[in-house]
Write a protein that binds this ligand. Structure first.
Ligand code: ADP
Ligand code: GLC
Length: 487
């Protein structure tokens, strides 16, 4: 089976969050399961020079206001990618979504409508020699593909089925209504009404309406988003499609995230050589200017700093953590107020709290290797990957009981500890006092090093790779290819 991924980011080429990790690793896991999966994404600056064997697969004289080409090649990992080279849309310094001023690019609607448009063209056979049996869309940036597939479909030339994975319902692709005129959606056709969202248009809504199937990245998040409390205005639409909504927990690339072979860590280790992790801890403490104390439980955070992630709770619980001899290391970037609050906390507790503002992939590996525990206090979390990296690195996750966090961490309550199934700590509700209790429980267990190491080993032996999830996607694809009514 041939599957086309359409995505705005893909590790290792471009990454702002977990979507990139998924778009980079899942196709490789699918390939191992016999699926010919290829990934379409924009050729942001510098990307064309990072693929091998580039060939021009298609040229387009006018793609939303300029010339474009589709360049096919492979990443260093062997992933087959198509880079959409449209300089008028993507060749600019800045991030995939934000300019250097930190604001959304003003033409993000055109940039991602163009990506979606090309996705639909490729899906409908625009490239000689390769057409997918199914299109797998990711988030609002590729959701319009489903509408374009619907519009293009005819009884004699049906479009292939589409699956839209919602990685985060908070990002809905909202734009002013008058922009619809620029999106190559024929006037008078249903999609225009189907894009309307409380006085704006939403690209995600088009995907929710027109994709043959919807999925999200954990079963708990799939249940949460059909409720008014967590549906972010989409719950009614999603309830209407509940029969076509599946939750599949993400995996992680366990060759990139392997403490035994990780090139970024100071001292490689595995579950049998857990003692070596102390070397990574000392190295991290040294690198961050924390006191070199082997006995201090070192908690870490690696995260986008946004309201979603609940990190505003940290300053409140910090004093009691430090009073109990713990240390905290934060790596993150995002909200300026949150950055400032965390930097203030670090200044107040030199040697005990370290905050690195920025995005640093190698350092994130050293955090996972060097810390004793990773804190993920998200208010909502579709899946979450850092707790999975934590499991793999024996860095005990302390997580809010929401979304994928609830699905991937088994709380170290007495019964679970006794049965040897615990892998971390969960807390609810998502507030400072529940977080503080969970951190206290972790510090208590840390004091009993044998029990702590049992927890670490159990976490490290959990299967967090992609093979289980990939098999579930293959099942779903097969069902859709056989049964989906052509849009
Ligand atoms: P989200 O996609 O919502 O940000 P995930 O937990 O799914 O959350 O994925 C976040 C990914 O981004 C992880 O791979 C994490 O290690 C990485 N990450 C987040 N912030 C940073 C940072 N400041 N530096 C390096 N990596 C980061
Ligand atoms: C989103 C979610 C995160 C998830 C990631 C990959 O960014 O916020 O929870 O792990 O997508 O699916």
């Amino acid at each position: 089976m041939r599957v086309l991924f359409v995505t705005p980011e893909c590790y290792p080429l471009v990454k702002t969050g977990g979507l990139a990790d998924v778009a980079g690793a899942l196709p490789l896991a699918l390939a191992a399961a016999g699926i010919d999966a290829r990934v379409l994404l924009p050729a942001y600056p510098g990307l064309l020079s990072r693929i091998t064997g580039p060939v021009v697969a298609s040229t387009m004289p006018d793609l939303f206001g300029g010339k474009a080409r589709l360049i096919a090649g492979r990443t260093v990992d062997g992933l087959q990618v198509g880079l959409l080279d449209a300089p008028h849309l993507y060749a600019r310094d800045g991030g995939p979504y934000l300019g250097p001023d930190g604001l959304d690019w003003p033409d993000n609607d055109l940039r991602f409508a163009a990506l979606s448009w090309v996705g639909a063209q490729v899906a409908r056979g625009a490239i000689t020699g390769w057409a997918p049996d199914l299109v797998h869309l990711h988030d609002w940036q590729s959701a319009l593909t489903a509408a374009y597939l619907h519009i293009g479909s005819t009884p004699t030339s049906p479009s292939p089925p589409s699956l839209l994975t919602i990685h985060n319902l908070a990002f809905q692709g909202l734009f002013p209504v008058d922009r619809v005129a620029h999106l190559r959606l024929p006037p008078g056709l249903a999609p225009i009404g189907d894009l309307e969202y409380y006085g704006q248009i939403s690209f995600l809504k088009a995907g929710v309406r027109y994709a043959d199937h919807l999925s999200t990245v954990s079963p708990t998040y799939a249940r949460e988003i059909v409720t008014p409390e967590n549906g972010m205005g989409f719950d009614g639409l999603l309830r209407a499609r509940a029969g076509q909504l599946t939750g599949i927990v993400n995996g992680i690339d366990d060759s990139v995230w392997d403490p035994a072979t990780d090139p970024h860590v100071v001292a490689p280790y595995n579950a049998r050589k857990l003692g070596v992790k102390a070397v990574d801890k000392a190295a991290l403490q040294g690198e961050l200017g924390l006191e070199l104390r082997a006995d201090a439980p070192l908690f870490c955070v690696v995260s986008r700093l946004t309201a979603q992630k609940g990190l505003d709770l940290l300053p409140t619980v910090l004093a009691s953590m430090i009073a109990r001899g713990a240390q905290l290391a934060v790596l993150g970037a995002g909200d300026a107020h949150l950055e400032a609050a965390l930097l203030r906390a670090a200044a107040q507790h030199p040697g005990q709290v370290a905050v690195v503002v920025g995005y640093d992939e190698p350092l994130s590996h050293r955090f996972q290797a060097g810390a004793d525990a990773i804190v993920v206090p998200s208010r909502f979390e579709p899946c979450g990957l850092t707790q999975l990296y934590g499991l793999r690195y024996g860095t005990v996750p302390i997580v809010a009981r929401v979304g994928g966090l609830a699905d991937t961490v088994i709380d170290a309550n007495e019964a679970a500890l006794r049965d040897g199934v615990a892998t971390g700590f969960q807390f609810a509700p998502v507030d400072a006092s529940a977080l503080s209790v969970a951190i206290d429980r972790a510090i208590d267990l840390y004091a009993d090093q044998r029990a702590w190491q049992r927890l670490q080993r159990r976490a490290m032996t959990r299967d967090v790779g992609w093979s289980t999830a990939a098999a579930k996607y293959v099942d779903l694809y097969e069902r859709l290819v056989v049964t989906a009514p052509r849009s």
